[in-house]
Design a binder for this molecule. Structure first.
Ligand SMILES: Cc1cc2nc3c(=O)[nH]c(=O)nc-3n(C[C@H](O)[C@H](O)[C@H](O)COP(=O)(O)OP(=O)(O)OC[C@H]3O[C@@H](n4cnc5c(N)ncnc54)[C@H](O)[C@@H]3O)c2cc1C
Length: 529
């Protein structure tokens, strides 16, 4: 918040001055009246000196009143800020950091008892850091790399190059080079079908308009079908279709039947291309943050200090021409000139707004569901699969774990296998008991990497669908028809309410990179108002 300033003084009548106090740039104008009875210039000077002192005192009193005392409605006001950021994930923290650097006063209101949102760290008893949420930094993710540097963090390469990856398609198992663009060993007929399908998809994706996807050439037709319909029409072989299905689950944690074709094209273009999205080498899975990706959020939050309020789930936002009031479940209130809401769209839509959001914005949030994913870990004394010439990566169309990675720390000890249950597999297995799920996950690891995988020293998992303050991952996708019907409400502010987060990013949508970039650009927009 800009410091409180007296913006004008106006004589209202004999013996009384009124001082107008502009509390920040938010348009709230308060009036302090000071009485005096001037008699001659000397006397007036003395009186004016006293007035100034009184005004300073009054302003301080008023400030304290706003900060500490009850606001109308009997709610306790904990803080007064010019920008209230809702959510301390990467977008919220990046926005707050940018605003503070620009001289604004900010408060970040976070529901959880930790920051980081969809990035979350866990330190094992032996000091091994695990990442329960987002972890990789991809090629082209320049802002998060730069930010990590600014925060004193370093990165390392994902374990990839020294060993082959396993591909299991339609019951046939083969090994593949881990290089980007490596050709899978499938029948020549299936290979030709796949190559043609990938080329067609890439051609369409390049045409997707990243700033206004609903204006993409042929948007109505593309948005009027699921990605699944397109796959069925354009791929003839089982292996070709299976490849696209695995790709969709791995990238969106959703089924091709959930997603608008236009959205699949937009998202792919936003993240370079499908090859980059799937690759480790020069792809989206290329690097990791030493110590864990959650350190990016934690280090940003440390710099913001007591501006970050943890354990304060927001339930209601009141907004009008003068400002916003963000109200948490415990009744705490945070007032400001503007709010930046960084919640995943479905959760942003569940907050109460007064006045209510316009129908187009509310309906958009109803049509942007989150993907479905459970991230599972098995720990072993060492990464034994490396001895067999494998790099710990498997891609399968059978599942239930269809994608695995070697998530061992740079030291190589312990050996850490990580696998995802995604899309329908996550939806199905979330309903089973933890013991059944563990058995199924370990069963997949054994199928891919042999009997040594049967005896992990530890098993852990995080079901992101069950997380009250996330409700699904990796990100949200647009259902068919949504871009063309509601696209214009995607990022448009509603009065003093602004939307930010990875789902609002035109570049690197869905990724940590998109969250940070979008948090910063939204902060710049708010700053410029
Ligand atoms: C399992 C998994 C794997 C992933 N893998 C990768 C990866 O390898 N690389 C990559 O780049 N990305 C990955 N992602 C995606 C990445 O983590 C996200 O894109 C990014 O973290 C989103 O940041 P955000 O700030 O937009 O949203 P969020 O992180 O969701 O931040 C929103 C914040 O709002 C808070 N909140 C929610 N409700 C309320 C409320 N009522 N009141 C106050 N606060 C509230 C939340 O607690 C959260 O802190 C992955 C995600 C998951 C879950």
């Amino acid at each position: 918040m800009a410091p409180m300033t007296v913006v004008s003084g106006k004589r209202r009548g004999r013996g009384e001055d009124s001082i107008f106090w502009d509390d920040a740039k938010n348009g709230h104008v308060r009036v302090v009246s000071v009485r005096y009875s001037p008699s001659g210039t000397h006397e007036r000077k003395k009186v004016m000196g006293r007035i100034k002192a009184e005004v300073r005192e009054k302003l301080e009193e008023l400030h304290q009143a706003v900060v500490q005392t009850k606001l109308p409605g009997g709610m306790e006001a904990r803080r007064m800020s010019s920008v209230v950021v809702v959510g301390a994930g990467l977008a919220g923290l990046a926005a707050a950091r940018r605003l503070v650097a620009g001289g604004h006063e900010v408060v970040v209101v976070e529901a959880r008892d930790r920051v980081g949102g969809r990035t979350e760290g866990l330190l094992l008893a032996d000091g091994t850091p695990l990442e329960l949420g987002g972890q990789w930094i991809g090629e082209g993710h320049t802002r998060i790399r730069e930010l990590a540097g600014e925060l004193g963090l370093s990165t390392f390469r994902t374990w990839n190059d020294e060993g082959q990856l396993l591909l299991e398609l339609q019951g046939r198992r083969s090994r593949m080079s881990p290089r980007k663009g490596a050709v899978p060993r499938i029948s020549p007929f299936a290979l030709a079908d796949l190559a043609q399908g990938l080329a067609r998809f890439a051609r369409l994706a390049r045409r997707a308009d990243l700033e206004r996807p609903w204006l993409t050439p042929g948007a109505e037709v593309l948005d009027g079908q699921t990605w699944e319909s397109w796959i069925r029409r354009n791929l003839r072989t089982g292996a070709g279709r299976a490849y696209f299905h695995v790709a969709c689950e791995a990238v969106w944690a959703a089924e091709p039947s959930d997603i608008s074709l236009l959205h699949a094209l937009f998202y792919t273009h936003s993240n370079a291309d499908l090859d980059t999205l799937l690759a480790v080498d020069r792809g989206a899975q290329q690097d990791r943050v030493t110590g864990g990706s959650h350190l990016v959020a934690e280090t940003m939050a440390a710099g913001l200090g007591d501006r970050v309020m943890l354990g304060s789930p927001v339930r209601r936002i009141e907004h009008d021409d003068n400002g916003v009031r963000v109200i948490a479940r415990d009744g705490s209130q945070y007032a400001g000139g503007a709010a930046i809401v960084t919640l995943p769209p479905a959760l942003a839509g569940r907050l109460e707004y007064d006045p209510p959001l316009p129908s187009w914005r509310d309906q958009l949030t109803q049509k942007m569901p989150a993907g479905s994913v459970i991230k599972a870990y098995a720990l072993y004394p060492e990464p034994f699969w490396r001895r067999d010439g494998l790099n710990g990566q498997a891609a399968s169309d059978t599942g239930p774990v269809k994608v695995t990675f070697d998530n061992s720390p740079p030291s190589g000890t312990p050996g850490v296998l990580m696998g995802f249950l995604e899309g329908n597999q996550a939806r199905t297995w979330a309903r089973r008991s933890p013991a059944d799920r563990q058995e199924a996950v370990i069963g997949c690891f054994v199928r891919y990497f042999g009997p040594a995988a049967a005896r992990p020293v530890q098993y852990l998992e995080r079901d992101w669908m069950a997380e009250q303050f996330t409700r699904g991952c990796y990100g949200a996708h647009f259902a068919p028809g949504t871009w063309t019907a509601y696209g214009q409400a995607w990022r448009a502010p509603i009065g003093r309410l602004h939307w930010a987060g990875t789902e609002c990013a035109s570049r690197w949508n869905g990724y940590m990179e998109g969250a940070i970039r979008n948090g910063e650009t939204t902060a710049d927009t708010v700053s410029a108002l």
